[in-house]
Design a protein around this ligand. Structure first.
Ligand code: 5AD
Ligand code: SF4
Length: 472
């Protein structure tokens, strides 16, 4: 048993990260034959992409996918710890699984992802959740076959969580959800330690993949007919800072653009690491999409300082205005936290003012959630939940108005849409996304799925657009 440790998760050591290749050992290959699995994924794109690796590993072991959780032989929860509600959802699901296991004794239950990295969570599992058969963390995804085998051989609960990040694993199998757009990890972990955030503890220190490995993966995606890649990381702009080859995010973006993949996206960008050179590269290559997710978190410089964000409101606005001036029709989205400890009505009004200035195309807004062991969780927080909910409501009213306004600007315009799939229950046949990442619904033939086509926008709503395939 290897348990997580908060102190160790905080440490950042200079030791070089090694690269290891995933080996699919023959001794595990029959482990899942005749059995089914059901995987539930919570949280961000990093988790979604990890789940694409987990599904492929399970299928290599002989498991087949089962959509109905109650019917599966193995249920695995890939969890998120960013806010308390994600955490509660996973524990709620464990409650259901405990119940299911009363009538289905052979059910195997596993838990992985960010919550597995939390000392408090694993202690709770040890004490109260005997229905969980195995736990592994974010640093040892590739040990899934061994951990599962150990459980099957011994019938004992297996817990293997490393708090110190391990090597970078290349060559993990992947079962991609889409045939047209793909996630590609470029950097793991985060060294920013924003005071409210648990990610630096659950995902470990910043580790960039080698550019050769990233480019090889993307070149293969191009050969396989993929139309879009999203370069993933908690803070992609820090790409390369941990390597010694003076090759940074702008260089990688340029090389990725040169693979001629039709669409390149990247997320998430920390404003502090966003360089002028990056803006130049985005401006230069038409296949780098004019869409930037640029979390601001707060419009008050006082709160930004308490959050450890390393920029002031003015710095952020200067960057945003520069991006808007240099990249035509750029779409900018953001993340905002309301109710950070000590946020006053004045601070909050500064956030509203900032939003009025930035006119975001999209925004993800959250109420601050104290995460165990983070510096912010030790700050005095005197604002009531009711007050925080009211702030969120006021903020959402304003941001929603700007989403609609930015969508309305597209009415009667012809835009490029990557057709992603069929609307199973919707009024229109198909849906896809514009280069600025806006959802468009329209009628058309299934054969268009996977193509980038011209669509004329006929109607704007807050969250989506309606369109008509353009004849010209
Ligand atoms: N409480 C609320 N929101 C949080 N986020 C990160 N940590 C917390 C927290 N403790 C939000 C930030 C981040 C997004 C992914 O989640 O806005 O950008
Ligand atoms: Fe969390 Fe800040 Fe790192 Fe983003 S940059 S993952 S908010 S610590």
């Amino acid at each position: 048993m290897q348990l997580p440790n908060y102190k160790q998760a905080k440490q950042r050591i200079k030791e070089n990260v090694k690269i290891e290749n995933y080996e699919n050992s023959a001794i595990y290959q029959e482990l899942g034959s005749g059995k089914t699995y059901h995987l539930k994924t919570y949280g961000c794109q990093m988790n979604e992409h990890d789940s694409e690796n987990i599904e492929a590993m399970l299928e290599q072991l002989g498991f087949t996918k089962e959509e109905n959780m109650e019917a599966a032989d193995l249920v695995l929860l890939n969890t998120c710890s960013i806010r308390e509600n994600a955490h509660n959802k996973a524990f709620g699901m464990l409650g259901r699984l405990k119940h299911l296991k009363e009538t289905k004794k052979d059910l195997i239950v596993g838990l992985c992802g960010c919550m597995a990295q939390e000392e408090g969570v694993v202690n709770e599992i040890l004490e109260k959740h005997k229905e969980v058969n195995f736990v592994f963390g974010t640093h040892n995804l590739h040990h899934l076959p061994q951990i599962l085998k150990k459980h099957l051989d011994t019938s004992q609960q297996q817990i293997e969580v490393f708090s110190k990040e391990g090597n970078l694993i290349e060559g993990l199998p992947v079962k991609r959800t889409s045939k047209h757009k793909a996630y590609v990890n470029i950097i793991y972990g985060c060294d920013k330690f924003c005071t409210y955030c648990i990610v630096p503890y659950t995902r470990g220190k910043q580790r960039s993949r080698k550019k050769e490995d990233i480019l090889k993966e993307i070149q293969q995606l191009v050969k396989d007919g993929y139309q879009e890649v999203t370069l993933l990381g908690q803070n992609v702009n820090a790409y390369g800072k941990d390597l010694e080859n003076n090759y940074h995010m702008e260089d990688l973006l340029e090389d990725v653009a040169k693979t001629n993949i039709p669409r390149v996206r990247f997320m998430t960008s920390h404003p502090w690491d966003f360089t002028d050179k990056m803006i130049e590269v985005i401006e230069k290559y038409p296949n780098i999409m004019p869409f930037i997710h640029l979390p601001v978190q707060s419009g008050s410089s006082r709160i930004l300082k308490l959050m450890g964000r390393r920029y002031t409101k003015e710095d952020y606005l200067t960057l945003l205005d520069k991006i808007r001036n240099r990249i035509p029709n750029v779409s900018i989205s953001t993340d905002i936290i309301v109710g950070f400890p000590g946020e006053t009505e004045e601070d909050f009004k500064e956030t509203l003012d900032l939003v009025e200035h930035c006119k975001y195309d999209n925004a993800y807004t959250f109420i601050y959630s104290a995460r165990e062991n983070t510096p912010a969780s030790k700050l005095l927080d005197e604002t009531s939940l009711k007050e925080k909910e009211e702030r969120l409501y006021r903020l959402n009213n304003i941001v929603n108005q700007y989403f609609l306004e930015s969508n309305q600007k597209l009415v009667d315009k012809v835009v490029k849409v990557l057709v992603e799939g069929k609307n199973e229950n919707g009024k229109t046949d198909l849906y896809g996304y514009t280069d600025t990442n806006k959802l468009v619904n329209f009628d058309g033939d299934d054969t268009l799925i996977g193509q980038i086509i011209d669509v004329k926008i006929t109607n704007a709503k807050t969250w989506s657009l309606d369109g008509k395939i353009s004849e010209c």
